[in-house]
Design a protein around this ligand. Structure first.
Ligand code: ADP
Length: 328
């Protein structure tokens, strides 16, 4: 298919929701309409593609949503899309609806599904990195990450008020799946004593390091941000270890949970989503397919799906030391 055959673009959000997805939906829809395309909104991610929950999208459908968290298209996890039969149904609905290309906003899993679907049916699909985890390679940040980081900062500030009134060690668990970006930068932003992250979990015993390195020397309370992950053991796992191995500490656990996904997107996330949404349509106009839009050092870039999802996005390990130095 050449770009001139491109008439109708379908858009969906999939996997974990992230603040700023609505700003991305708005930008994709409006840029597509501006360029003369028809737009269709697909509800509930790949699930809606399979069940045919597809609605025409006009510019008014995306009015007044830039400031809203969540996603007006809804999102879902869809195991059926992992089967060839599920993807065949999805493809048949695309044909029935006259959709020639897709813009998929989601995380690692959603872009993996997009890569497989695109290859199987020779479809043009553009991905936008929509996840609070920031774990997609090739882009400095992902849509939702900055808002989640700010939510973490506000929550930890509040916990610090109570923590400092008692002599306690607080483990605060943040999201991130197998990535420590939220924990590490959250620790920097809140002046936490340490971040315990999966990226180095197999190399060092971060808990033993923390305690041996004179932690709490001059303080009556301590806050440690822990990335949720089997590798770190999570906040509960670490608290268990403290109780057994360092019983002198009075330990408390807070799991921030879904609060991190909610809320109105930050200015940075709205700007990121708007730029990336416009870029998704420009990419299709340029004949690009099967790439994720990224912003790398202020430059818009096209990252092949394979690279975006398969590569471990490197974390800046120097920042761990910064956290340590600033917490003496
Ligand atoms: P996220 O996009 O936030 O990483 P998930 O990992 O739950 O979220 O993936 C979202 C959806 O993407 C899954 O429910 C499934 O429909 C689709 N998906 C994920 N992995 C694959 C895969 N290997 N093949 C096909 N579809 C997939």
């Amino acid at each position: 298919m050449s770009e001139s055959d491109l008439k109708c673009i379908g858009i969906l959000t999939s996997g974990g929701d992230a603040p700023g997805m609505n700003a991305a939906i708005r930008a994709v829809t409006r840029t597509a309409i501006y360029n003369g395309f028809e737009v269709k909104g697909i509800l509930r991610g790949y699930k809606g593609l399979i069940t045919g929950e597809i609605i025409p999208f006009k510019t008014q459908n995306v009015s007044n949503i830039i400031q809203q968290g969540g996603t007006i298209l809804k999102t879902a996890r869809c195991p059926e899309f992992m089967t060839p039969e599920g993807r065949r149904l999805a493809y048949e609905n695309m044909v029935k609806e006259g959709i020639n290309a897709l813009v998929v906003i989601g995380g690692d899993g959603s872009l993996t599904g997009a890569r497989i679907f695109a290859a199987e049916y020779n479809l043009p699909i553009i991905g936008l990195p929509g996840t609070i985890d920031n774990d997609l390679y090739g882009t400095d940040t992902t849509i939702g990450y900055d808002t989640a980081l700010n939510t973490i900062m506000e929550a930890v500030d509040k916990i610090r008020d109570t923590a400092s009134s008692h002599e306690r060690l607080f483990f605060i668990e943040v999201m991130g799946r197998e990535a420590g970006f939220l924990a590490l930068n959250g620790a920097l932003a809140t002046g936490a004593e340490a971040a315990i992250i999966p990226e180095i979990a197999t190399e060092v015993d971060q808990l033993a390091d923390l305690i041996q390195n004179g932690f709490r020397k001059s303080k009556n309370s301590s806050i440690v941000l822990v990335a949720e992950s089997e590798l770190t053991g999570g906040a509960m796992g670490l608290a268990e270890r403290v109780k057994n191995e360092y019983p002198q500490y009075d330990v408390r656990v807070t799991i921030l949970g879904h609060i991190q996904r909610g809320g109105s997107p930050s200015a940075s996330d709205r700007i990121l989503a708007s730029r990336m949404g416009e870029a998704a349509i420009n990419a299709l106009l340029e004949g690009q397919r099967n790439v994720m839009i990224g912003i790398d050092d202020e430059e818009l870039v096209y990252v092949p799906f394979n690279k975006a999802i398969k590569n471990q996005k490197p974390i800046n390990r120097d920042l761990l030391n910064t956290v340590k130095i600033l917490s003496i």
